[in-house]
Ligand binder design. Structure first.
Ligand code: ATP
Ligand code: MG
Length: 499
């Protein structure tokens, strides 16, 4: 069978450092091909080159055996290649429908035609991906899970032969993931080839046919999924066996750091719970269940309609994030691009931005002190960055996530709300982050950990609170909970309910 797409000897350097070093990738028609590797291995760079949004220094791309001239995203679209970027590239000021048609060769009129025409074009694709919001909603106001669906609908609307997906499930939960995997199976039956960049082994083994492994910009090998194992892929990715660490005995004390009672906001109703010193409280729930909204309420971003929050026993009425930080609450947001990092500023500045006042003397930031403070944290997290002075947007997705986490570790709050902190992080680095969480708890911090991955919640938490539709539907001891019992609560079933 002729290869649908072949990329050969692709090299790309940034400032003299190899992001890709003679990497290769072949795609057969109708195959789902996993592209795996550690954070910074070059996965995003490779597919951005295929999509015409990054320029290789050398190498060749062939489509159906013919050399493909790809210089920009429109070239690749013309050749039938569509991409869903890891850091979604939607226009925050445009509506959902406008985002789908802008620079879309299948909709030559562009975004400024009648709303009816726009919607007629977009609706089938949005329905296909399960987006149930308004087509006229402004993209920038939607949660990231919804944006992911819109980016997917946009790719589908381009009727591509090849769809490149960069961690497409990283901000989807449960039902959204299942739907996407179903959609991918259907696309495969229709002969579409898919490159599936992911760190999630269960998804890769559920839908992929083959996997290409990148390490330090080089193609290490290609495996048939049917005859390989997650362990083999991981060993190829990291170049060694990975030891599995699980949390050592936790040291939850009886001292309450945070107590929330009857908390009610636009999205939450009557939520009550406590977090103790030394405790990791996991939060489970489907997308839209109110997990991130809980963080927003604690952090002074959402107004309380009723209920109260007590911090160390004292009533806490928080009106702004600055106030929350002052009182010792930290929040690592879910969406590092919109709510977290300053993309143009350096890795170092992003790390220290929140503690800058502490480091200023006579109005000047002490650069040495800045470096001294951040360096050990970056080491603990195994940050991979050519230099601390490059803009943070030049880091790979997983390393950006680590930079964001490092910032909060530096602020050193008593209570830290982590909204999906291991999103987009490779298998090895996940263990680093779990270790950091365990160490914080051991140091007597209180942690709230939101995660869409149940094994992660079960592994890291002491107790797990389940939200469904803004309400608490379950509270489990993590040692006794199972994925099934948590899922049952997450879909709103109470104990004893039968389906
Ligand atoms: N614009 C840029 N400027 C400088 N360096 C860059 C730039 N883009 C990528 N890099 C570097 O190239 C390397 C490969 O990055 P890439 O984003 O392809 O990794 P990745 O495999 O997608 O990782 P992740 O799993 O974290 O998303 C990284 O070391 C990254 O820092
Ligand atoms: Mg990437």
């Amino acid at each position: 069978m002729q290869d649908l797409l072949r990329a050969e000897n692709i090299s790309k350097t940034y400032g003299g450092v190899f992001a890709l070093n003679k990497a290769s990738l072949t795609l057969r028609p109708g195959e789902v091909h996993a592209l795996v590797g550690e954070n910074g291995a070059g996965k995003s760079t490779l597919i951005m080159i295929l999509a015409g949004s990054a320029k290789p220094d050398s190498g060749h791309i062939f489509i159906e055996g013919r050399p493909a001239d790809i210089h920009n995203p429109l070239d690749s679209q013309r050749l039938g290649v569509a991409i869903i970027y890891q850091e979604l590239d939607l226009f925050p000021n445009l509506t959902v429908a406008e985002n789908i048609v802008i620079r879309n060769l299948n909709f030559p009129e562009g975004p400024f035609v009648s709303a009816r025409k726009l919607e007629a074009f977009c609706r089938p694709f949005l329905e296909q991906v399960g987006y149930d919001g308004s087509l006229r909603a402004i993209a920038g106001r939607l949660p990231i899970g919804q944006l992911q669906l819109i980016a997917l609908a946009r790719a589908l609307s381009m009727t591509a032969r090849v769809i490149l997906m960069d961690e497409p499930t990283s901000s989807l939960a449960g039902d959204g993931v299942e739907r996407l995997l179903g959609l991918i199976r259907k696309l495969r039956e229709q002969g579409t080839a898919i490159v599936y960049v992911s760190h999630k082994m269960d998804e890769i083994f559920a839908i992929c046919d083959r996997a290409t492994v990148l390490r330090d910009g080089e193609t290490i090998g290609v495996q048939e999924i049917r005859t390989t194992s997650p362990e083999t892929l991981i060993r190829m990715m990291v170049g060694r066996d990975l030891e599995k660490r699980s949390r050592s005995a936790s040291q939850v004390t009886s001292e309450v750091i945070l107590s929330v009672s009857g908390l009610t906001t636009e999205k939450l109703s009557n939520v009550s719970f406590e977090v103790h010193r030394g405790e990791v409280l996991g939060i489970a729930g489907l997308v839209g269940a109110g997990r991130s909204e809980l963080g927003a309420a604690l952090f002074g971003l959402d107004k309380l309609k009723a209920g109260e929050i007590r911090l160390h026993g004292r009533k806490f009425e928080c009106r702004s994030p600055a106030q929350a930080i002052d009182r010792g609450i930290g929040l690592v947001p879910e969406d590092r691009k919109i709510q977290g990092l300053m993309p143009q500023m350096s890795v170092l500045e992003n790390g220290t931005i929140a503690v800058i006042r502490r480091m200023q003397r006579f109005g000047f930031v002490q650069r040495d002190q800045e470096l001294e403070a951040v360096a050990p944290l970056f080491r603990a997290l195994n940050m991979k960055s050519a230099s601390m002075r490059i803009p943070v947007k030049a880091l790979s997705g997983g390393n950006q996530q680590k930079a964001l986490l490092a910032r909060w570790l530096l602020i050193d709050p008593d209570l830290l709300f982590l909204d999906d902190p291991a999103r987009g992080i490779d298998v090895g680095a996940k263990q680093d982050i779990y270790q950091v969480i365990a160490e914080l708890a051991a140091k007597g911090k209180g942690l709230i950990l939101v995660s869409s991955e149940l094994p992660e919640l079960l592994n890291c938490s002491d107790r797990i609170l389940v939200l469904s539709n803004g309400r608490v539907t379950g509270m489990f001891d993590a040692a006794e909970a199972t994925q099934e019992s948590i899922m049952a609560s997450a879909v709103g079933m109470r104990p004893g309910d039968r389906q």
